[in-house]
Design a protein around this ligand. Structure first.
Ligand code: TXA
Ligand code: MG
Length: 341
């Protein structure tokens, strides 16, 4: 085992906060059973205490320690067998041992078993669960590399364990299984259809939140925001708002075949054109989205245009993140050139 894994476990045992890699995004972790340690996460992230944290466990045998499994045993068994360790978080009724600060006072707890070897090893050394939100300042893009975390939290967190680029690239799917009909609270790589087929019962799919103040925790309309203005476009053609000044960047789902035509329509050069996959593979798009958004955010563009994906499979999750990232900016004003690509 790597030295940094031991160092991270040691720091966590002392009540500290460390950054750990998962297969989805990097997490800012602390002992979930220690309210003082958990309060440091909220402080570092600037996160409101109304937004509950996910509790990460070593394996399914830990669920019973922290949540009441009896009513939902069949559902839990089926989902855990198919998807754990992996990017699926289960919301279940909590036991009293989980401090209220973790669940924002809710009577349920979100439990997840990540697939990354280093996270797993830290959990095995600690023998307590880890509360860990994504390791980004509240509201900003989630990090999928250690370097991204260093840029934002390098001065605030001593130990940032580098586990390479996250293989999934988007946060876990969250499903509330304590409802009569299980409900997707956040879309991710594991889709509602996959969950429904494993459970062999209907699952209520994710509804894109448009309200400013949603009743479900964590479903803010604005999230994952870049500081640079982000404008979305769709289906290869759209009304691009007129760009008054400054450099613009454009992100496609796949490598465009008509780069010259695009360059005639927008004030950009070839190095301002980016794509998230070679051939439109949705998993590649998900894996590269956040890293590309953060990279372009630091370069001084006045606008970043980004193509919306097809809303199927993990595309629902990609589109959810993009819609929320762009929510604070006006979408197309319809006056600019049409990007007919
Ligand atoms: O992939 C992931 O899930 C990553 C990695 C680090 O594991 N974690 C992550 O955590 O995305 P975070 O804090 O960025 O998102 C946690 C979200 C909350 O905003 C809320 O939507 C939901 O999980 N959540 C947590 N506890 C809940 C509960 N008791 N009831 C309903 N939703 C809950
Ligand atoms: Mg987050």
């Amino acid at each position: 085992m790597e030295d940094e894994v031991f160092a991270a476990a040691e720091e966590l045992r002392r009540g500290g906060v460390v950054v750990l890699p998962t297969e989805t995004v990097y997490g800012l972790a602390a002992n979930a059973l220690d309210p003082i340690a958990v309060s440091k996460i909220f402080k570092i992230k600037g996160r409101p205490h109304s937004d509950p944290l996910i509790v990460h466990v070593l394996d399914d045998t830990w669920i019973d320690r922290y949540a009441y499994i009896n009513h939902y045993e069949n559902r839990i068994r089926a989902l855990v067998e198919s998807f754990w360790p992996g990017p699926l978080t289960l919301v279940i009724k909590k036991r009293a041992i989980i401090p209220d600060i973790v669940t924002a006072g809710f009577s349920s707890v979100a439990v997840r078993c990540p697939r990354h070897r280093m996270f797993h090893n830290v959990l095995a050394l600690c023998d307590f669960p880890l509360a860990a939100p994504s390791a980004n300042p509240f509201g900003y893009v989630s990090p999928t590399t250690a370097e991204q975390v260093r840029q934002t939290f390098g001065k605030k967190v001593k130990i940032i364990v580098d586990g390479g680029s996250c293989s999934v690239g988007l946060e876990s799917t969250i499903v509330d299984i304590s409802k009569e009909v299980p409900k997707i609270l956040r879309p991710g790589a594991i889709t509602a259809e996959k969950i429904s087929s494993v459970l062999d019962e209907p699952v209520s799919d994710y509804e894109q939140i448009v309200a400013e103040n949603p009743t479900t925790p964590g479903q803010l309309k604005q999230h994952y925001c870049t500081t640079t203005k982000l404008v979305l476009f769709q289906n290869g053609h759209c009304e691009i708002p007129s760009v008054s000044s400054g450099k613009v960047a454009i992100i496609f789902n796949k490598k465009p075949s008509n780069i010259e035509k695009i360059m005639k329509k927008l004030p950009l050069s070839i190095e301002d054109i980016f794509w998230l996959s070679e051939n439109g593979d949705q998993s590649d798009i998900a894996r590269n989205l956040f890293a590309t958004m953060q990279k372009l955010d630091g370069i001084g563009y006045s606008v970043i245009f980004c193509e919306r994906p097809k809303r199927d499979g993990i595309g629902v999750a990609i589109d959810d993140r993009l819609l929320r990232a762009a929510a604070k900016y006006q979408v197309s004003d319809g006056k600019g050139p049409c990007l007919d690509v």
